[in-house]
Design a protein around this ligand. Structure first.
Ligand code: 6PG
Length: 246
């Protein structure tokens, strides 16, 4: 399949005052989804400062005990290709903020390894996902993920779909290595894998993101985020001036 052109990604807009208000709101929203969903509930996690606050909130009462973590399967939307004890590792951040504080079975947690050959690691992660899904073909009627959490960079990148990189043309593989464009190699889910979600939930805070959020939602820019073709719903959870109420 060819890469479709840039398109608006309006979705539903939720505007909160502060990053902590956003974390509280999304934690409650996620807990309700997990409670209502059939097991396993597959979630793709994102890196970044806003997700960290969400993970810290989920690690505390009431969510740490109220959520049935045995029904939750955690994947990563992208990862820096660094060892897991490196502070830049998204797994490291999530482990510190959330995983080390909750009763989630280790067999439900699928971090992207940060050492070895990045191409092989990407292939293995894709094979893992395919085994979990049960087939090699993503069915729009049967999304892989319940929720994919994504951030949005001021350059319009999301996950590690970085402007100018070959991964932007990748519509076959589910996972790919991104060797240029950032100081370290990245491993990222590709468009088809990220699109295979009941909900794509963007977490975006700060006035610095106001312009790019508006352009992506209205489709007036051609950046990696505007090439997403979600199979399900899109929700923009925003705070700290990233968007104004409509
Ligand atoms: O950092 C990561 O792991 C993600 O690859 C990246 O896509 C991130 O979500 C955006 O850069 C937004 O990050 P902030 O929310 O921290 O601005």
């Amino acid at each position: 399949m060819t890469n479709p052109g840039a398109a608006a990604l309006p979705g539903q807009l939720v505007v909160l005052d502060t990053a902590q208000a956003l974390a509280d709101h999304v934690a409650a929203w996620l807990a309700e989804r997990i409670q209502k969903s059939q097991a396993p509930v597959r979630i793709a996690l994102s890196g970044g400062s806003t997700p960290r606050k969400l993970y810290q909130t989920l690690a505390q009462a009431p969510w740490n005990k109220q959520i049935d973590w045995t029904r939750v399967h955690l994947y990563w939307g992208d990862e820096r290709f660094v060892p897991h004890d490196d502070p830049d590792s998204n797994f490291h951040m999530t482990n510190e903020a959330l995983l080390s504080h909750i009763d989630i079975p280790p067999s439900n947690v699928f971090p992207i390894p940060g050492e070895g050959d990045p191409v092989v690691i990407a292939e293995r992660y894709e094979a893992r996902m395919k085994a979990d899904y049960g087939t090699d073909t993503l069915d729009p009627e049967k999304p892989f993920f319940d929720v994919v959490f994504l951030g949005l960079g001021e350059d319009g990148h999301t996950a590690s779909l970085i402007p100018g990189q070959p991964i932007l043309k990748e519509r076959e593989k589910w996972v790919a290595a991104v060797s240029e464009g950032r100081p370290e190699v990245r491993i990222s889910l590709t468009y088809p894998a990220l699109e295979s979600a009941s909900v794509i939930a963007f977490l975006v805070t700060g006035k610095g993101k106001a312009e790019i959020i508006k352009a992506v939602r209205e489709g007036t820019t051609d950046v990696p985020a505007t090439h997403l073709c979600p199979h399900g719903q899109v929700i923009w959870f925003t705070a700290d001036g990233a968007a104004s109420p409509e």
